[in-house]
Structures are given as C-alpha cells and as structure tokens.
Design a protein around this ligand. Structure first.
Ligand SMILES: *Cc1c(COP(=O)(O)O)cnc(C)c1O
Length: 233
C-alpha cells in the first residue's frame, strides 16, 4: 500500500467509527477530498484510490484541475465564488458549498438556467458567529427562504459552515449542533427542488465531532494529504 492509500484508509476508519458512535450508516457521510494543497498528480492518485468527490476553494485552480483530471470526478467548489467566475465554474461542478448572498443565488440561477443544467448548492451560515467568517447569519436564513421558490435550476440542498479553529474539537460541537438545529427547523419550509437534506461541516481538525452532529459531507484536506508529496519523493 502506498502512503496515500494508508492515509485514506486511516481516515476511512475514523469516519466509520464516528458513524458507528452516532448510530449512522457509513454511506450517510460523503468524504469530500480538498485538493488545494497538493499537485494534480496526487489528486489523480486520490481519485484512483476511490476519492471521487474532490474540492477546490479557488475557482482558477478548480478550472485547471478539472481540465487534467478524469471526467468521473464529482467536483465541489467550496470557497467563495465571485459572480464573474460563475460562467467558467458552473459547467465543471456539481456542488457549490459557499453560497453566501441572495445575489449569488440569483446569478447562479440565471447561468444554470441558460445552460439547462441544475447545480446543487449549500447556503453558507456563519454558525460560529466569528466576525471574520463569511456566510449568512443564522437569523438571516429564514427570511431568505421565500426567495427560493423562484429558483428552478439552483437546488438548495443544505447548509454549510466552518467552525472556528480550536485545538479541542469538542469546542466545535455547539457550532455544528446549531447548524443542524437550524436545518431541522427550516427543512419543512422549503419545497422541491430544494430539500435541505445535507449538512456540509467538518474539516481535518473536527470532522468526527461534525459527523456525530449530523454532517453528511465532510471536507478534508490536511488529514489526507499533509506531507504526502514530500514523503513520496
Ligand atoms: C481548505 C478547506 C477545507 C479543508 O481544510 P483541512 O483543515 O485541510 O481539512 C475545508 N473547507 C474549506 C472551505 C476549505 O477552504
């Protein structure tokens, strides 16, 4: 087994254990591998080792990666997306995690409609309340919901958050629990094609706690890839 295969296996074990602790099925959680810190060749190896959901946080790098990786990759855009980058990004991605304004929703709807291709999005929520974080304030989500009725191509599939970094992952639990409670409360207020089924939360430092609190997508970079390229050379 290569170092990367071992690393993936170790992360897989940890995800499996967290699912078991929470009484959840393993397939209720998708591992989204964040490839921003590795080269395209390592990203390709990760894909070949079974990580079919890959993510970038900068549009330009996503465009470059998507051009050289196999067409079977399910691409996720996880960072802030400026409206002038929508046109080139939309044809490449299935999921956009960081939607943080009504203007962006409307611009995505227009572009997705013009292409006739649906796009699945997460509303980013600043559930930790840090001033530096992007996203809707928790109180601003409910007033947004009536606008979703006008969206046909943009499908709001869930909420996404970034916890404050904390050396003790347990301290991130209230942020994740808050996102889940918000989702549970708002879920009954949306209609198809929206469903708020998903919670995109949990990074390398805190993904096990996030899974215990209901994450359906964890976005992992460091824990999978740190040091992998230097070890290989
Ligand atoms: C980089 C990044 C991640 C992955 O972070 P790690 O701590 O390396 O796992 C997840 N989500 C977003 C939005 C990121 O930018």
């Amino acid at each position: 087994m290569t170092r990367l295969a071992e690393r993936i296996e170790a992360v897989e074990q940890r995800i499996g254990s967290a699912c078991r602790r929470a009484g959840r099925a393993r397939d209720a959680v998708t591992l989204v591998a964040v490839t921003k810190s590795i080269g395209p060749e390592t990203a390709r190896q990760a894909f070949e080792l079974g990580l079919t959901h890959l993510a970038e946080n900068r549009p330009q790098q996503l465009w470059a990666r998507a051009a050289v990786l196999p067409p079977g990759v399910h691409w996720h855009m996880i960072g802030h997306l400026q409206r002038n980058k929508i046109e080139r990004t939309l044809p490449l991605v299935e999921w956009i995690h960081g939607v943080d304004s009504a203007r962006l929703l409307d611009a995505l709807e227009e572009a997705a409609g013009a292409r006739g291709q649906p796009v699945h999005v997460f509303l980013e929520c600043n559930a930790s309340g840090e001033a530096s974080k992007q996203g809707f304030a928790p109180a601003d989500l409910e007033p947004l919901l009536p606008r979703l009725a006008a969206l046909r191509w943009v499908r709001v599939r869930g909420l996404m958050t970034m916890a404050a970094y904390d050396a003790t992952p347990e301290n991130c639990r209230p942020t994740f629990a808050l996102l889940r409670q918000l989702r549970d409360r708002l879920r009954g207020q949306v209609t198809a094609p929206h469903d708020l089924e998903h919670l995109s939360m949990g990074m390398s430092n805190d993904f096990e706690v996030a899974i215990e609190e209901g994450a359906t997508m964890v976005r992992l970079g460091t824990v999978l890839f740190e040091g992998i390229e230097t070890e290989a050379s």
